[in-house]
Design a protein. Structure first.
Length: 384
């Protein structure tokens, strides 16, 4: 998709200025990153080491890609030394966002309403600025005039979260503190410098996000609450509801973009749309009467069986989505099943949690080696 290509180029090259006002600590001993024109990400690990529990000031940020959401922070401008944000913790806060928020992209819930109804007018009803009757015109800055559906690929409403950042409508905020109160996460954030391209040239084409609602704020409290694949987002107060967003995997986003370009008659595979579920397993887009109860797992997991990870999969300390994440195994990782755990339905898949041993040659989602013999729990529905 053009939007993905655009974002990858954008995130590979854009950095953000930052002052010495926010302090973190390293959570491990590790290697700095340095610019490297021979690396696919233009950065690679150096031979210079930093120590655990070291105070860290960040001067500049760089995002490597949209698939892993890896973020590097510049510590030393003269030597161009960067540190992986995965190796940092807040110094003065012990609260972090829940792991499930990092699993991907969060899009407007009414996009799923439109997909279920197979009617793009649902989008236009919620985002009337795309309608030419309301004055929308093709992007004057593009090389060729684009339809609203083509522009939608670049500017549909979504949020991305990393450990210390979030992004909406290409407006980046960097998190200073997180507090948990009841079901809400209060994220104290400051807006960072973005590119002139984002703030000026394309600002009129970022309307489908909350860009217009937050662009005038240099500091905000973004407040969120989670219910499975659903996220309610508030600005500065729980009385100011920005909207309901839902997790969408990459294939669902792909079909959404095809769907928005209905004028081009692109082939939309609605069967490949993954609809969101609430924490109790219910789905607003299913006919409850048609749901069949499955008493046995649908995947063929078994003790002592060797299987492959079908997509990036979290290896956890226990058999639940709330247990600690040990690492994220990349697709193709080979594991041996040591023990069958409880059966559960996740993402519409019926399977068991399984205790596994990681076999030799395994790598995590960032391409780093996972030690052979590492043991943990993962969901068997993503093994093949």
């Amino acid at each position: 998709m053009k939007r993905v290509v655009f974002f990858m180029l954008f995130l590979l090259t854009v950095t953000f200025a930052y002052s010495q006002e926010c302090l973190w600590k390293t959570n491990k001993k590790g290697y700095y990153y340095k610019p490297d024109n021979h690396s696919i990400y233009y950065y690679s690990q150096s031979e210079q080491i930093y120590e655990k529990n070291m105070d860290v000031y960040i001067y500049k940020y760089v995002f490597l890609d949209v698939k892993t959401y890896k973020v590097l922070g510049l510590l030393d401008e003269s030597e161009q030394l960067y540190i992986d944000f995965d190796d940092l913790n807040f110094k003065d806060s012990s609260t972090y966002l829940p792991e499930e928020i990092f699993k991907g992209e969060w899009i407007h819930s009414y996009y799923f309403d439109a997909l279920k109804a197979k009617n793009t007018k649902v989008i236009l009803q919620n985002e009337p600025w795309w309608d030419e009757k309301n004055g929308w015109k093709p992007d004057p800055y593009g090389e060729y005039p684009l339809s609203w559906g083509e522009e939608f690929e670049f500017n549909y409403g979504s949020y991305y979260f990393t450990k210390f950042t979030f992004c909406n409508g290409k407006v980046y905020y960097f998190i200073d503190k997180i507090q948990k109160k009841d079901k809400y996460y209060y994220i104290t954030s400051k807006r960072r410098i973005t590119t002139e391209y984002d703030d000026e040239t394309r600002k009129e084409y970022l309307k489908s996000s909350d860009y217009k609602k937050i662009q005038n704020y240099s500091e905000i409290d973004l407040i969120i609450s989670l219910d499975g694949d659903y996220m309610d987002i508030y600005l500065n107060s729980t009385d100011n509801h920005l909207g309901t967003y839902c997790f969408a995997d990459s294939e669902t986003v792909r079909q959404l973009c095809f769907f928005a370009r209905d004028i081009d008659a692109l082939p939309v595979d609605f069967d490949n749309v993954r609809y969101p579920r609430h924490a109790d397993g219910t789905c607003d887009y299913e006919d409850v009467s048609s749901i069949k109860t499955v008493s046995t797992p649908s995947t063929n997991v078994a003790k002592n069986k060797t299987m492959l990870v079908s997509e990036n999969l979290m290896l956890r300390s226990g058999e639940s989505t709330t247990s600690d994440v040990l690492t994220v195994m990349s697709a193709g990782t080979c594991v041996k099943i040591l023990e069958l755990g409880k059966a559960e339905t996740i993402d519409g898949i019926n399977s068991n949690w399984v205790k596994v041993e990681v076999l030799s040659g395994a790598k995590d989602r960032d391409g780093r080696a996972i030690r052979a013999g590492t043991v943990g729990w993962c969901y068997g529905g993503y093994l093949k």
